[in-house]
Write a protein that binds this ligand. Structure first.
Ligand SMILES: Cc1ncc(COP(=O)(O)O)c(C=O)c1O
Length: 398
């Protein structure tokens, strides 16, 4: 057969899952791998019963066909209620919400509607990889702005301003952040809003970890944006422990109706892909309207795991780690990089200790370099054993 793969695929990568190939090779040789690469809380915390029941009920009561492309009306309404009640975003109506197959699909749809070849997308460095991959897929250039490790991985606002050009099509923020675990306070969020307003650049705020914060209160961008429009991304995967259901959403906070054309373009894309999973959407209405007490419980257990991981990582000679304030990731620095690079480090750790982490340059080759990302979702015993093994590895090799 004679064919050539499209050039756009060259820019597509997802370090978090790409690394699994190496782990699977070792598993095929009979080794037992402990995975610290994927941020899937449902592997460690059970999905609440009322959500499981709501999904079964949805199937049994006939929610098995296609849904409207923008999402089930009752879910779109419930999302407006949640965003106002939990995050203080006022004025959203059901028509402002599009339900997607996870935020991941929303990222693709948004960039598909806004990015032309040669355009620039401003993204925090380091960052959640799909923002970079989908920018490249559509021929745009991801431009990473620096997040400052010494300042708890807060965005360098001067760098954001410096990197704006007449090709900049969107400014992305991820708060709380993956992979750094940083939480941006109202002052930083306000600055980013005013940059977006000043330059007229659409502002995207990915808030998937809005309920998972430990020390600070979370500030939703749209809740303080006043007249500046915001495209909010959120979903059910993390706080509701239903990663595999693939339900997320984007909303248009648009008090001055500046996003109408963008919204209509994304609605067109939504129609082409038909709809998000119907029974899961129905069950997500129950997620919003039902009991929420699993969330504080989840956060309290994660806080214990965060405290342990942070303390232990900083006790290991050769590593240093900023305290994660939200989400469930630690992003330590390898102080003396004795290996070829962070990828080599992660692969050596994998082959000698059977622990799988993600190399920092998978989140950005410049600002993530010489780091690795570790999820702290597993229970304390697993974390303790893993960090002991990591310590021995560094003692032996440094
Ligand atoms: C910052 C961020 N956004 C989006 C996602 C994906 O969310 P979803 O499951 O809704 O596609 C993740 C998953 O790890 C994430 O870390």
């Amino acid at each position: 057969m004679r064919f050539e793969i499209a050039g756009r695929i060259k820019g597509v990568s997802y370090a978090i899952r790409d690394l699994v190939v190496h782990a699977e090779k070792l598993e095929a040789e009979g080794k037992k791998i402990t995975y610290f690469n994927i941020g899937d809380p449902s592997l460690y915390f059970d999905t609440p019963d009322h959500l499981k029941e709501a999904l079964v009920d949805a199937v049994n009561s006939g929610f098995n066909g296609y849904a409207p492309s923008e999402g089930l009306p009752e879910l779109r309404e419930a999302i407006c209620y949640k965003e106002e009640k939990v995050n203080g975003v006022r004025g959203l109506e059901a028509e402002d919400v599009i339900v997607t197959a996870g935020i991941s699909e929303g990222i693709q749809m948004f960039l598909g509607a806004i990015a032309n070849p040669g355009d620039e997308i401003l993204i925090p460095g380091p960052s959640y990889p799909p923002y970079v991959s989908f920018s490249k897929f559509f021929g745009a250039n991801p431009i990473m702005f620096r997040c400052i490790e010494e300042e708890g991985w807060q965005p360098d606002l001067d760098d954001v301003r410096k990197k704006i050009t007449d090709k900049t099509k969107a400014l992305i923020l991820v708060n709380p952040n993956n992979p750094c675990g940083s939480v941006y306070g109202p002052k930083v969020v306000r600055e980013l809003i005013s940059i977006s307003g000043e330059y007229g650049i659409p502002l995207v705020s990915d808030e998937i970890y809005d309920r998972i914060v430990y020390d600070k209160e979370f500030t939703s961008t749209a809740s303080i944006a006043k007249d500046v429009p915001v495209i909010g991304f959120n979903g059910f995967s993390k706080a509701y422990l239903v990663t595999g259901w693939r339900v997320g959403y984007m909303y248009f906070y648009d008090p001055e109706e500046q996003l109408t054309e963008l919204r209509e373009s994304i609605e067109k894309e939504a129609r082409v892909r038909i709809c998000a999973n119907t029974p899961a959407q129905k069950a997500c209405v129950a997620a919003i309207n039902g009991p929420q007490n699993h969330i504080p419980e989840l956060v309290s257990q994660l806080k214990e795991r965060r405290n342990f991981t942070y303390k232990r990582l900083n006790e290991i000679s050769g590593l240093s780690c900023v305290k994660p304030e939200g989400a469930f990731y630690a992003f330590p620095k390898v102080e003396t990089m004795k290996w070829k690079d962070d990828m080599d480090f992660v692969l050596r750790v994998l082959s000698e200790t059977q622990l799988l982490f993600v190399n920092g340059s998978g989140f950005d080759p410049v600002y993530g370099k010489d780091h690795f990302r570790m999820v702290f979702l597993p229970d304390l015993k697993v974390l303790e054993e893993a960090l002991d093994k990591l310590e021995s590895f560094l003692k032996k090799n440094c």
